[in-house]
Ligand binder design. Structure first.
Ligand SMILES: [Zn+2]
Length: 740
């Protein structure tokens, strides 16, 4: 299945191995994530955010640094709830988000190298520093010349790979001197194409290199037989963040299209084409991608797992594309027994087949050349890196300045060698006590969910029994994998950064394709260990929390339970709630797409989820641009359910500790600290371009509304802060939603 795994937030540093191709695209820097599960995208996109008071202009979006020399400032050891981060001149009943975060928002403009800046980024920066230290040490420990080092003790394989990768990435002189040389062989292959069969071969070859021209083919669990992995064919092949960018007729979209064509032209020029020829090619590339975009499903349609499940025989897939030989394609990607294939969007493949037949050879040459350059640009010389940054970061997200080289290299290492550098990371940065305390929190949250299901007023008994079965079957992964990935077949050396990245991508795509036709490996992780993120995977029915997020402000060993339950507890409950959101509820205890709902309970659920869609669709983060209630539905359900369930779980924890239940800290009750703990994980400032891009593509609501949406439905929040019934922070009792 290629529906996105439910992440806590879209994109951030190093959210490597998840999700879907229509995500916003490649930033040269952040491994912002979003892809079908277990698919690795060389292009990386987006993240979290916050915006404005109820209506009008965002104080957040406005707060962006103009000083290009400003460095992100991260307090190394903040208190669990820092009163300085609040703005007590704002009353909670007037604007709870600003009351909780106003001090922080004023003090923390978006640093020039970011498109938004929030608690996730602060923590990711801290992890980055730790990874830098590890990589530098590894680079120093690895002998520069293996021949000279016979007498030295051989470094561990992880140290060697991380050290050599880092050294190759930091060797600016070699990278500059090489220019586009690492791509020469590939350029030759493309230039030598003579007929459609060669185009097919080159597409397959680039797919093996981890690139995604034309369409996406990878592996994934069979939605209706979740124990097995099958081939997955999915729409793709675009260079802009979403199919809508190609089709919308508003002025802003048209302008971005012009800027994209200009960017493609520049990149092709850098790759050696004369300017006039490059401009001509760019136009053809735009036409070809527009044809693919028009045949692509929109984002909200991609959220429907039934609609995107179309398992078929190879012959049926072949019938969709008579002129594209799938037998040849499978031969080229070395897939001897493709078996049945899930074709996510049959109409897309039908249109792609027609395009394959009709588009001239020269257009394919231009298109494939572009996708090669685009994917590899961040690993080439500065002219490529900067032009790539200019379009994908500066134009699309408003980022002012590129991240320093070391951060970009660390992000690439995390992407290619996540479980190698992750192993070195947890050895130093993940205390076993953290895992034990987190597990206790998970158990309290699960108990809260169990109580809630049993007492649900709108669900009938048979459906409740199925829901309880599903809850009991949840797998929990915390910290790092039991069994680390084996990278012994991957060669990493100090010769060429680009070649290291290429070999890493080839290794990963082969690893994915090898799974086809085999039973699923339940031990595998979809995020690297140092990642500041979490996810629910419906096919595995599992919740996963990497070591990277198990730190303040999400989780703090020195914090009181109230703050931890408002942070990590709510994150845990959010992920569990995904198992019961509008997508997750369609999967059963075994991870199969199977309807286990009675028609009455399903209707009662849908009535509630529709009301959530309407609640969020009324929020207007940018003047004239509202939240897409359908696109963000699953995340909003998980936020609302998650906060409520975490609150119940906190009460369970406090019941065991009556003294703490009464104790005020900094004058704040445990209930108040719980809601402030929730608000503080969503604090952020954001550039307007980034906010706009996310409103188009991100399934998560902006941080401000992730804070305010759930609390507006909770009586417990009203009580904690004595919020009057007339407050805009609160919905009238008859409009509050109670799903989970
Ligand atoms: Zn989520």
């Amino acid at each position: 299945m290629l529906k996105p795994i439910c992440l806590l937030l879209t994109g951030l540093l190093a959210a490597g191995n998840l999700f879907a191709q229509t995500e916003p695209d490649k930033s040269p820097v952040a491994k912002d994530a979003a892809k079908p599960p277990t698919v690795r995208d060389p292009a990386k996109p987006s993240t979290e955010q916050s915006p404005p008071p109820a209506t009008g202009q965002s104080p957040a979006a406005a707060n962006t640094s103009a000083d290009p020399s400003a460095k992100p400032q991260v307090d190394k050891n903040p208190p669990p709830l820092d009163p300085q981060n609040m703005d007590t001149s704002v009353k909670p009943e007037d604007d709870f988000y600003l009351y909780a975060n106003g001090g922080w928002i004023k003090r923390n403009p978006v640093p020039p190298e970011f498109s938004r800046w929030g608690s996730f980024n602060e923590l990711a920066e801290k992890n980055n520093d730790a990874l830098k230290e590890i990589a530098e040490k590894a680079a120093a420990a690895t002998p520069k010349d293996a021949k000279k080092s016979k007498t030295e003790k051989a470094p561990s394989a992880d140290l060697q790979m991380v050290g050599d990768f880092y050294a190759s990435g930091m060797n600016e002189a070699a990278i500059e001197a090489a220019k586009a040389k690492p791509l020469e062989e590939e350029f030759k292959r493309i230039d030598a194409m003579k007929n459609p069969k060669d185009v097919l071969k080159q597409v397959a070859h680039m797919h093996l290199m981890g690139m995604r021209p034309f369409f996406l083919f990878t592996s994934g669990q069979d939605d209706k037989n979740s124990t097995m992995v099958i081939g997955q064919a999915y729409q793709g092949g675009l260079g802009l963040p979403d199919r809508d960018y190609y089709t919308k007729e508003d002025e802003a979209s048209k302008k971005i299209r012009d800027q994209y064509v200009e960017h493609v032209t520049k990149m092709l020029t850098l790759a050696g084409d004369p300017a006039a020829q490059a401009a001509e090619k760019a136009k053809k590339i735009m036409e070809l991608e527009t044809a693919l975009a028009k045949a692509s499903r929109i984002r909200t349609e991609l959220r429907d797992p039934q609609k995107n499940y179309n398992k078929m025989k190879q012959a049926e897939l072949q019938a969709l594309m008579p002129d594209f030989s799938w037998a040849d394609y499978f031969k080229e990607i070395k897939l001897a027994n493709p078996g049945d294939i899930n074709v996510g969007q049959p109409d897309f493949f039908k249109a792609a087949g027609e395009l394959f037949k009709s588009a001239p050879l020269d257009d394919w040459k231009a298109y494939l050349r572009w996708h090669l350059v685009r994917t590899m640009a961040p690993t080439l010389s500065t002219d490529f890196v900067n032009e790539n940054f200019r379009f994908y970061e500066a134009v699309l997200r408003g980022t002012k300045q590129i991240k320093p080289r070391w951060k970009r290299v660390i992000a690439e290492i995390d992407d290619v060698l996540g479980e190698s550098i992750g192993k070195l990371y947890v050895a130093e940065h993940f205390p076993p006590e953290a895992k034990a305390r987190a597990l206790a929190m998970v158990n309290n949250v699960k108990e809260a969910v169990s109580d809630r299901i049993k007492s649900l007023e709108w669900m009938d008994e048979p459906t409740k029994q199925e829901a309880m079965k599903k809850l009991a079957a949840f797998t929990v992964k915390i910290g790092y994998p039991d069994k680390w990935r084996d990278y012994s077949q991957l060669k990493i050396d100090r010769e060429s950064y680009a070649k290291n990245v290429m070999r890493g991508n080839i290794f990963e795509s082969a690893r994915q394709l090898k799974k086809i036709g085999k039973p699923v490996d339940r031990g595998e992780w979809g995020l690297s260990t140092p990642t500041v993120n979490a996810y629910y995977n419906p096919n595995m029915n599992e919740i996963v929390f990497p070591a990277g997020i198990m730190q303040p402000p999400f989780f703090d060993m020195k914090a009181d339970d109230a703050v931890n339950y408002g942070g990590m507890g709510a994150v845990i409950a959010h992920e569990i709630s995904h198992g019961f959101d509008d997508q997750g509820r369609q999967f059963d205890a075994a991870g199969n797409l199977r309807d286990w709902w009675s028609p009455e309970s399903a209707k009662a659920y849908t009535d509630r989820s529709k009301a959530i869609v309407a609640q969020y669709a009324a929020y207007e983060p940018l003047p004239g641009t509202k939240i897409n209630g359908e696109l963000t539905q699953g995340e909003n359900i998980a936020d609302i359910g998650g906060l409520k369930l975490a609150y119940t779980a906190m009460q369970k924890a406090l019941a065991k500790n009556p003294q703490a239940a009464q104790q005020k800290i900094d004058g704040l009750t445990p209930d108040q600290r719980f809601f402030l703990g929730w608000a503080q994980i969503w604090r952020n400032n954001q550039r307007e371009e980034d906010l706009r891009l996310r409103l188009n593509t991100d399934p998560h609501s902006p941080g401000r509304f992730r804070t305010l949406g759930p609390v507006s439905n909770m009586e417990e929040f009203a009580k904690a802060f004595n919020i009057p019934a007339t407050s805009p922070m609160l919905r009238p009792p008859d409009q509050r939603i109670n799903v989970w």
